[in-house]
Every structure is written in structure tokens, then in C-alpha cells.
Design a protein around this ligand. Structure first.
Ligand code: HAM
Length: 418
């Protein structure tokens, strides 16, 4: 016997019983986002590596160690998308979307790929639902985006939520802060975790994320970016907060919140759920006012978020279900009626009904049990004396001609009985 081949580490199959919840989540996201004017966009699974190197940032963990990058066979380096914001900004520039009414509002549900150590809630292929509003620096854009993600998480019953927000200021504030933080870290280099020390020159802000005791002690006395916002940045952040306050959304201002991607400016935010383990981040995002220009487009502000499908489903108290309804189950008393039953099931589907036919040679009793198991609304039973149609909700049963089954279900589907 040949050895079994398994799915690669950190990946998973979506089986039909899980597909229903995912489809339900997609429907919930569509409802929340399209009502707010967001249109669906899909970008390719792979992009030029340069897009992420420039967009997400050379100093980030994502670009440094997590990308699936390979030669496409023609000497071009391509990368499976680790995230979708940079691809969407590329598409914004490529399609001249700056000529449309601003902000351009887009949403997506896309697979992403990151070479991370797999654990509960952390995979190498995962899915994100996300929203991006490009072309406006109005703080209402930031606040509206936060509220839309809060609404989606609330619809799904994601429990134990905490929202953290902060502001990283503009690029100049951030660059000056980076130097001061580096100076502070260098002064206390001996107390830092080795990986923080190694990243000190490339990515000092990540020291805020460290769980190492010595590093945390050093960070307790470190300068904070939030204390140094310039006038306009401080005003922008105050307005975002006022809008969230007006909407009565609870949040914690957390000056230690630095997100792992380089493109952020001003607002950053993250929702965590205590229903998740170590990977508690359900969704997050922020403003990226320099990204479109960094990708060769005009100076254009932008803001958005992404949330992990798998993490949302893990934390959801009311995982959505969207099973295809079975309007009719076609059963038959003996094999001689199989062809007639097949015709009824086909006719039912052509009429737009969800219809299943007995396919496993069960006894009539077994077929009725199966109809119940799949949640069929009606069961047709074909036998020697014609056909019967049973309303599984009311329990009523009526003898009918085979040709009257489909019209009967169509009439009765609204719950009016036979
Ligand atoms: P991110 O925080 O890197 O942001 O990812 C967003 C969400 O994707 C996380 O909160 C988490 O739920 C999920 N996620 C990330 N990595 C994994 C993984 N390895 N396995 C499972 N789920 C994962 C971004 O990607 C930004 N593009 C968000 C954004 C949009 N910022 C502005 N616009």
C-alpha cells in the first residue's frame, strides 16, 4: 500500500459541515459592509514580491520570514499574498480609482499565506475578511470602519471582546520616535530578550509586543509615541475617539499597540477575544496614508481592517449557519419506483427547489429517518398506489398524483400546509 499523503502543516480542508458556517459568515460580512457602501473586490492569489517588500515593509516579520516566495519559472519573483491591503492599493493605482468618487470603499474575503509556526488559530493558509476605504483622511472613515468590524463581530456573537486603539502619528513623528526608542533600547540592551536585541536596528517598535520580563521592564520606562503626536495628528485621533464615544463603543487607549506592518500612520486598532488562546487578535487595522504613494500612485490616504475567518469562527458563540434548505426529500417504497422518484427530484430542482433523492438503498423507514436528518420540509413517497406528500412541519400527509408533488411543495413551502 502506498504511504498516505496529508495536507501540508498549517493548512486544513474545509469540509461541508464547516462550509455552512463559513458561508454564513460571508453573508454576514456582505450584509454589514455592502449596507455601508463597500463593494466586493478580488485580487490575484499571488503578486510581484516587490509589492509586499515595498508595501508591507522590509523590516516586518511578514516580509523577513513569513512569505511564500518563488521564481515563476520566467525569472520573476512572485509571492503568495500574506495580506490584502497592499494588493488592493496596487489595484487602486492600476485601475486609476483615484478618478472615481472618493473614498473608494472595497471589501474582500481572501485566502492569505504566512509561513508561521502553526498553532490553534494560527495557520499557514487562512482567510481574511477585510474592508478598505481609500481616498479620504476624514476621521469619520476610521471610526466608521471600527464600528463596522464591531458590528460584524457582534452579529457573530464573538465573546470576550476588547478593543484597543492608538495613534502612530505621521511619518515624521514616527521616524523621530523610532530613533528615540532605539536610543532607549540600546542603553538597556543587556536586559532585552535576544530577539528584541536582534531587531533593535530594523524594527525597534516590535519591542512593545515582547512577553519577555526583562524587555517589559525596559519598556515600562520607554518613551511613548502617543505622547508626541503633533497638533493635527492629535486632533485627528481626538475626533476618532469622540465619534466612537458618540456611538457608545467601549475601547481602551493603548499606547503600546504597534501593529506588525510598516504602512500604518495615525489610527491603529485591534479587537481581541478572551475566547481565543494565545492568538487572541480577531481583527485589526488602521490608517495607511503613505501606502498608495509608496506603490507609485498619487498621495492618497487610506484606512482599513482585516479579520481572520478561522479566529472569528473559533470565538463565535453563534456561528452562522447557512445550510442549503432541503425543500423536498423523494423517498420510494421499492426499487421499481426509483425512476419515477428520480424524475420527481429532477423536476423539483428545475423548479428551483432544494431536493434530495434516496441514493443509498435504505428501507422506507430508513429513508424517512434520513429525510428528518437532512431537515427536509416535505417528503414525497412513491409507491405502488401512487404517491403521498408529507408536510414534515405539520405532520399532515395527503395522497397525490406524482405530477402534483412539485406544485404541492411550491404552494406549501411558505408554510401554509397542503
Ligand atoms: P493582520 O493583523 O496581520 O493585519 O491580520 C489581520 C487578521 O488576520 C488577524 O487579526 C487575524 O485574525 C488574522 N490572521 C493573521 N495571521 C493569521 C494566521 N497565521 N492564521 C490565522 N489567522 C491569521 C493585516 O493583515 C492588515 N492587512 C489589516 C489591515 C487592513 N490594515 C489596514 N487594512
Amino acid at each position: 500500500m502506498s504511504a498516505k499523503i496529508q495536507a501540508p502543516r498549517g493548512t486544513f480542508d474545509v469540509l461541508p459541515e464547516q462550509a455552512a458556517a463559513r458561508a454564513g459568515l460571508e453573508a454576514a460580512a456582505r450584509k454589514v459592509l455592502e449596507r455601508a457602501g463597500y463593494g466586493r473586490i478580488e485580487t490575484p492569489t499571488f503578486e510581484a514580491t516587490e509589492l509586499f517588500a515595498r508595501g508591507v515593509g522590509e523590516s516586518t516579520d511578514v516580509v523577513q520570514k513569513e512569505m511564500y516566495t518563488f521564481d515563476d519559472g520566467g525569472g520573476r519573483s512572485i509571492t503568495l499574498r500574506p495580506e490584502v491591503t497592499a494588493p488592493i492599493c496596487r489595484a487602486y493605482v492600476e485601475h486609476g480609482m483615484h478618478k472615481s468618487a472618493q473614498p473608494v470603499r472595497l471589501w474582500y474575503l481572501s485566502s492569505c499565506f504566512r509561513h508561521e509556526a502553526p498553532q490553534a488559530g494560527r495557520y499557514r493558509q487562512f482567510w481574511q475578511v477585510g474592508a478598505e476605504a481609500i481616498g479620504s483622511e476624514d476621521p469619520a472613515v476610521d471610526a466608521e470602519l471600527v464600528l463596522l468590524l464591531a458590528e460584524l463581530l457582534d452579529d457573530l456573537g464573538v465573546g470576550g471582546l476588547r478593543l484597543r486603539i492608538s495613534s502612530l502619528g505621521g511619518p515624521d513623528t514616527r521616524a523621530a520616535y523610532r530613533e528615540d526608542l532605539q536610543r532607549h533600547l540600546r542603553e538597556h540592551a543587556d536586559a532585552l530578550a535576544p530577539e528584541v536585541r536582534e531587531r533593535l536596528e530594523l524594527n525597534p517598535l516590535r519591542a512593545w509586543d515582547s512577553s519577555h520580563g526583562g524587555t517589559q521592564a525596559v519598556m515600562a520606562t520607554a518613551p511613548r509615541l502617543l505622547d508626541r503626536l503633533d497638533g493635527e495628528d492629535a486632533e485627528h485621533f481626538a475626533e476618532v475617539r469622540a465619534l466612537l464615544d458618540g456611538a457608545e463603543l467601549d475601547y481602551d487607549i493603548d499606547p503600546t499597540l504597534v501593529r506588525g506592518l510598516d504602512y500604518y500612520t495615525r489610527t491603529v486598532f485591534e479587537f481581541e477575544s478572551s475566547a481565543l488562546g494565545a492568538q487572541s487578535g480577531v481583527g485589526g487595522g488602521g490608517r495607511y496614508d503613505g501606502l498608495v504613494a509608496a506603490l507609485g500612485g498619487p498621495e492618497t490616504p487610506g484606512c482599513g481592517w482585516a479579520a481572520g475567518i478561522e479566529r472569528m469562527l473559533l470565538a463565535a458563540e453563534r456561528p452562522p449557519t447557512a445550510p442549503a434548505p432541503v425543500d423536498l426529500f423523494v423517498a420510494y417504497a421499492a426499487p421499481v419506483h426509483r425512476r419515477a422518484a428520480f424524475r420527481v427530484a429532477t423536476e423539483a430542482r428545475q423548479a428551483g427547489l432544494g431536493a434530495q433523492l434516496e441514493l443509498a438503498g435504505r428501507s422506507l423507514k430508513g429513508q424517512l429517518k434520513q429525510a428528518d436528518r437532512v431537515g427536509a420540509r416535505f417528503v414525497a413517497i412513491l409507491g405502488d398506489d401512487g404517491a403521498a406528500l408529507k408536510d414534515m412541519e405539520s405532520g399532515e400527509q395527503e395522497d397525490v398524483a406524482a405530477a402534483a408533488i412539485v406544485p404541492g411543495v411550491l404552494r406549501g413551502r411558505g408554510g401554509f400546509g397542503l
